[in-house]
Design a protein around this ligand. Sequence first.
Ligand code: ATP
Length: 548
Amino acid sequence: MKYRELVDVYEALSQTTKKLEKIAILTDFFKDVDSKDIDKVVLMSLGLVYPKNSEEEQGVGDKILMKAISQVFGVPISKVEDNVREFGDIGQATEKLYKEKTQQTFLSEELTVEFVFNNIRKIAMISGGKSQSRKMDIISGLLSSASGIEAKYISKTILEELRLGVGEAIVRDAISDAFGIDKKITERAYMLTNDLGLVAGYAKEKGEDGLKELNLIPGRPVKPMLAQLSPGIDLSIKEMGEAICETKYDGIRVQIHKKGDEIKFFTRKLENVTNAIPEMIEPVKNACPNEDFIIEGEMIATRDEKPISFQYILQRVRRKYDIDKAIENVPLTLYLFDVLYYQNPLIDKPLKERRKILERIIKPREKINLSTKVDVNVDNIFEAEKLFKDSISKGHEGIMIKNPNEPYIPGIRGKKMLKFKAEPETLDVVVVGGTYGLGRRSKFIGSYLVALKQDNELKTVAHVATGLDDDTLEHLTNLMEKYKRYDKGTKIFVEPKIVLEIAYSEIVKSPEYEAGYSLRFPVVKRIRNDKGVDDIGTVKDLKAMFKS
Ligand code: ATP
């Protein structure tokens, strides 16, 4: 298939903000795509060449792309930056440069979807020596064989910033409509595989029955089921009737996969962090059965068997060098709380059965424990309250209140699992910009402009400047420089990569910020390396919290 055909669809999608119209455009398009290209086209309609959450990382930094653009169009990099600043969008900036170019490229052969897809994948796979210049060569090759409008979308895809308002739900519905499949079946197939390209391929080739064959596979991570806030222990247990209450540990969630002899650890962002925590492999092998499985738990950092700050564990899983030293300085402990696969997929079984299986197959030892739990009902709510007090006194965060009769639904934040914490609720936001400080702090970015999600857009909500010591300021400043899009005087604007968890005293209405609301006295609690822009809070949540 010609890349130009996909570009025409991108253009049509950019002409409407209506969800149903976007679904209809994609439905018509998907119907006519060959089996050979359907997986690629589906991923590319989301601006991706790897399924979301896959172990491969697609994006390259703005800087490499801008350098390649300046090379192809023979203009200084400052001109590319000026154009990006003017449009606020690298795709449009590229198209404009293309139009200004006096000597047009002779397009000998039209680009195909397959060629563009494979080359953008190649860019992501390059690592090691001279990787920058090798990446630039591929980008230059692609851009110089493209037309202006193709170059626009190639640039956007390379940066993973298609911004057409097309999210997973829209593509999922279009796949269902194009191939006449019940939406629930498509949704489930996606939930279990995390790969809409694969789902579309099955839908086209094998229909509903084929999609039903797709299931969990150890080795392929699934999105974790998430928790809602509990309004109170008493109230939540009365609503559920009965509950499994567990200590809430303050670390990072890990999904442990065993396939054959291989053990892998994935974070809640489905990043593979196995290499950073090699000391956990033997204990897992010793405590868990010698069969394929998917088990979930919370991994915390401990000293003298007591939990220590959450930041340590983030440093541990990020670490690439001096791992031996880190193992010694920051020992880890795992608390297992769920099993998703053992011999067979188990997610459809109720939690109480899954927990029984977990208790049967795990032999707690060394660094591996089962989460502490109590079974409660309306007659012994005090047991849950006691667990809460005990958990807090041992330095943990609170308790989880889980419905024992519910299945595990990947990626869903529902009433099946609630969290009750001692500390007030915080908000996860993404940094989109910042301002360098004054005087002694002029080397650092002292104030961070942060945003929340609204549909597929980001809306600014506050500036946060407190809660950061000098080391963290330096670390954040380096990250901001790494993700810099452009700067203006002392202000800097960055790609939305850094997630901060912030506490605040109050939500207030504010026309100054795009969200229409802002936060009073925001304080950075921590940097959330384990979260990405998809995991941040939404303007909708903020409004609901304001009203309540
Ligand atoms: P979320 O995961 O809900 O987006 P978050 O990462 O900020 O938000 P919390 O809101 O504090 O985490 O609470 C939910 C998280 O608590 C789970 O994702 C898991 O990582 C952690 N957790 C700790 N102990 C348990 C437990 N016993 N059972 C389930 N989750 C637990």
